[in-house]
Design a protein around this ligand. Sequence first.
Ligand code: URA
Length: 221
Amino acid sequence: MQKVDDKDITQILEWFADSGVQDISSERSIVQKNSEKEIKTLAELKEVMRNVDISIKACALNMVFGVGNEHADILLLGEAPGAEEDKQGIPFVGQSGQLLDKILAAVGLDRTKVYITNILPWRPPGNRTPTLQEITMFRPYVIKHISLVNPKIVVCLGGTASKALLQTTQTMTQLRGKWAKVEELSASILPTFHPAYLLRSPSQKREAWVDFLTVKNRMQG
Ligand code: URA
């Protein structure tokens, strides 16, 4: 094993501090819990996630787990619940969700044919973007979640989901519409725009539609 000296440790700790991470003990315990207890079903995963010790839980009304077809070939991965999702406990039921339904319908898909989940299952206070610490904590659960559904394709909705899953700092301009892989998953991954972004920038809807058509064609071909 590679030796880590004091200087390396100082640099690693500085990197964590710069990223806003103050306490890495909670992440370590979660990864340990995951490897100790083999999670075999979505119901088990939901229970384990419900018990995760994370501060955003205290501000949220409901945990928002995945929904849809648990055997779907296509899984849509969003960022985190918004206010309406928090109220109802269901992903993508607010304005973004309504646009997502329209995009799905435009390529002959609907919620019975896909599975939908998010990087974070709780709404971050004030709808802020998930922190690096929260993403790092939840990525192992996201990987487990996707593995249990076992889709052929994962569509990442927006920069947060794309960067978190692909573990990259590349921009959406660089990532969008390009197939990618991660070593933990057999699925092919396609980053596209988040519906909330499309509500703000409607001229980009065509690109998102092209991405979903690409997904549909890959499934058919
Ligand atoms: N935005 C997301 O990323 N996910 C939701 O569930 C709702 C809005």
